[in-house]
Structure formats: structure tokens, C-alpha cells
Design a binder for this molecule. Sequence first.
Ligand code: 4NP
Length: 158
Amino acid sequence: MKILFVCLGNICRSPTAEAVLRGVLAREAPELDVTVDSAGTSNYHPGAAPDRRSQAVARERAYDLSGLRARQVRAADFVQFDLILAMDRRNLEELLRMAPAGMRRKIQLFLDYAPEQRLREVPDPYYGGPRGFEDVLDLIEAASRGLLRRLREQAPQP
Ligand code: 4NP
């Protein structure tokens, strides 16, 4: 299973989701064969490390974002990945617009995996204060737990 997280800049929300899901998988489900990556619909920050504010709040919960680098979504992603999870509706719409018709079923909102949450979109924290980055991390942890449950249900039984 190959999963791609997508936001606008690929420096705040989607690299956070990449590191959180990878961390949760390593700790709780090392038996699952899952590849995780992230990308942005924009090309605002190619090659950039994650935003320092995202790195700081993630580090406090033992997720390391420092080695990640931003890139834009490319056509091959729609073929290579099985699941493409957008952080908000703006990016969902952009992905649906970019995707070849047969690949659109792979594209979903990430918070669909956290139906207990009040929000359906992970808010863009870029122009806000530090609290926004904590809220992003809370939402991403909740949706990652929901996604892990789904991945376990779908895994082939031994
Ligand atoms: P992200 O946040 O989409 O979560 O990475 C943003 C990063 C940069 C910008 C907007 C959102 N920007 O406008 O540069």
C-alpha cells in the first residue's frame, strides 16, 4: 500500500502527516507494508525543509520532520500511489482536476478517517499562530489512528 499526503505548500500539513503516519506504523504496526510520502499542489517551496513551527510541535511528540523536503505533485503520483489524501477541499479539488479519470477514486479527504472530529479539513496554519500548528497535529494524529484501523482491516490475514 502506497499513501501520498497532499497540502498546498508541502511544508506544514502534509509533511507532518507523512511523519506521523510513518511513526504510528513503526510503533504500532511494523508488520504492515505501507509506503508514505507527501507533496504539494503548489510549487511555492520546492526542495524546502518543513516549516520550523511544524518541526517544533512535531518534535515535542517525537516525530522528526527534519529530513523531509518539499516537492510538487506530479502526474506519476496518480499511478504510483494507491491512496492520495488531501488536507482540505481546495487541494482535493485541485487533485481531482489534475488526475486522469480512472485514478480519481484514489483521492479522498484525510479527515474522512476521523469522523469523530468536528472539522472535515485540516486548516492551513501558515499565516496563523502557534496554536494552529498544535491543532493541525491533533487532527493528523486522530486521522492517522483511523487510517491505521482501516489499513489493519484491509491487510491480508496470515
Ligand atoms: P501547507 O501550508 O500547505 O500546510 O504546507 C502552507 C505553506 C506555505 C504556503 C501556504 C500554506 N504559502 O502560501 O507559501
